[in-house]
Design a protein around this ligand. Structure first.
Ligand code: S3P
Length: 173
């Protein structure tokens, strides 16, 4: 593998399975798994919902950026970042320094199915979550393009997604 791409980064919209796929991929590769949202929750002893409610999205984005900066410098980590991390080009730049960035993509209906019962995502707590998903996907489209690889997970299982991720990662070796 080109030695400067030691980490495997999973990005993509909410509900595309970054954490589930990332955790299994990390086990397979013998890497450490990190979910940046979980790190933020541990560091602050607050949930993502509470951080958004008490301090707002802007503050959350600062915390997210600090965590990304820290973990971008590690090696042999699988890092799942929150779906909005791509909005700051510095985050992607940091992550790319040491990592191969893979985008997990899914159709809006699949995303909706995966997130509709989950109340842990403040941006989707509204009267029309499907409308919000479409809106955010459109607004973020160009940011999601700035990654090394894309994998459409709409019609594949978690296990198949893991296989694809690992195959692409190993191809870089
Ligand atoms: C967000 C995605 C969430 C979390 C926060 C904001 C976003 O992470 O970081 O609720 O802006 O898309 P997941 O993508 O892991 O759900």
């Amino acid at each position: 593998m080109s030695r400067d791409k030691s980490n495997l980064i999973l990005t993509g919209f909410m509900g595309t399975g970054k954490s589930t796929v990332g955790r299994i991929a990390a086990e397979r590769l013998g890497f450490i798994f990190v979910d940046t949202d979980k790190v933020i929750e541990q560091n602050t002893s607050k949930t993502i919902n509470d951080i958004f409610a008490e301090y707002g999205e802007k503050y959350f984005r600062q915390l997210e950026k600090e965590v990304i900066k820290e973990y971008s410098q590690k090696r042999e980590h699988v890092i799942a970042v929150g779906g909005g991390a791509v909005l700051d080009p510095e985050n992607i730049r940091d992550l790319k320094l040491n990592g191969l960035v893979m985008l997990l993509k899914a159709r809006p209906d699949v995303i909706y199915r995966n997130v509709c019962k989950d109340k842990s995502r403040p941006l989707l707590q509204c009267d029309d979550p499907m409308g919000r998903i479409n809106e955010l996907l459109e607004a973020r489209r160009k940011f999601y393009e700035d990654c090394h690889y894309e994998i459409d997970v709409s019609d594949i299982s978690v296990q198949e997604a893991v296989e694809k991720v690992i195959e692409i990662y190993r191809r870089e070796e």
